[in-house]
Design a protein around this ligand. Structure first.
Ligand SMILES: NC(=O)c1ccc[n+]([C@@H]2O[C@H](COP(=O)([O-])OP(=O)(O)OC[C@H]3O[C@@H](n4cnc5c(N)ncnc54)[C@H](OP(=O)(O)O)[C@@H]3O)[C@@H](O)[C@H]2O)c1
Length: 176
């Protein structure tokens, strides 16, 4: 089972303000540039996201995913209003979560949410990271990265810059 991260951060490494707000992310500018999002989603067969990220997505209104979503939480979760949305709750060690999904024949998980990503990274379960850096300093907020039991070495695969100042880095995690 492969697992990837595809996320936007501020230049100082935050994925949201302290209260979870993502108002600083660029809004669609009328072009059809999606920063590689759809091409990435086409490779993914399940999303695994933390409860906080799920609650942010629910607050957007219309359910945005065709891909099945697994929400990690120790408590029950609200279901989206859309009948065809596939949302399931799981809890437990990240390795066991991915094993359960692999047992269903799934092959590539998109792991989303700050604390969730940190835990999957610490457990050595992420192979690819695509990080799109937004040219803004927030000063404080929810960090993408956190404590690790050991260094995680990354190999830079490529970097792309966009006319609006976004810079996207793709990394492979170097296997231990
Ligand atoms: N900039 C971006 O591109 C981007 C992308 C994604 C998210 N975000 C933002 O990031 C914020 C969320 O990040 P976050 O760090 O606060 O949290 P998060 O990772 O979305 O959610 C953390 C929660 O997930 C649950 N969880 C995680 N791993 C678990 C496990 N193995 N088993 C059971 N439950 C588990 C726990 O929920 P319980 O407390 O319910 O047990 C935990 O409190 C949101 O504001 C969102 O908008 C930004």
């Amino acid at each position: 089972m492969n697992a990837s991260v595809f996320i936007a951060t501020s230049l100082d490494g935050f994925i949201a303000r302290e209260d979870g707000a993502i108002d600083w992310l660029p809004t669609p500018d009328g072009t059809d540039e999606d920063y590689g999002y759809q091409a990435f989603m086409d490779t993914v067969d399940v999303l695994v996201m933390g409860r906080h990220t799920y609650e942010t997505v629910l607050s957007f209104g219309a359910w945005p995913y065709e891909t099945p979503v697994v929400v990690l939480s120790h408590r029950s979760i609200e279901q989206p209003e859309e009948q065809d949305a596939s949302v399931e709750r799981m809890a437990g060690p990240p390795r066991e979560i991915l094993q359960r999904l692999a047992d269903r024949g799934l092959t590539h998980a998109y792991v989303d949410g700050g604390r969730t990503i940190q835990r999957f990274l610490a457990d050595g379960l992420i192979q690819r990271l695509t990080i799109t850096v937004v040219p803004v300093l927030l000063g404080e907020g929810l960090p993408l990265f956190g404590p690790l039991p050991h260094d995680v070495r990354l190999q830079l695969l490529d970097t792309r810059s966009f006319p609006n100042g976004l810079v996207q880095h793709r990394y492979a995690v170097v296997a231990e």
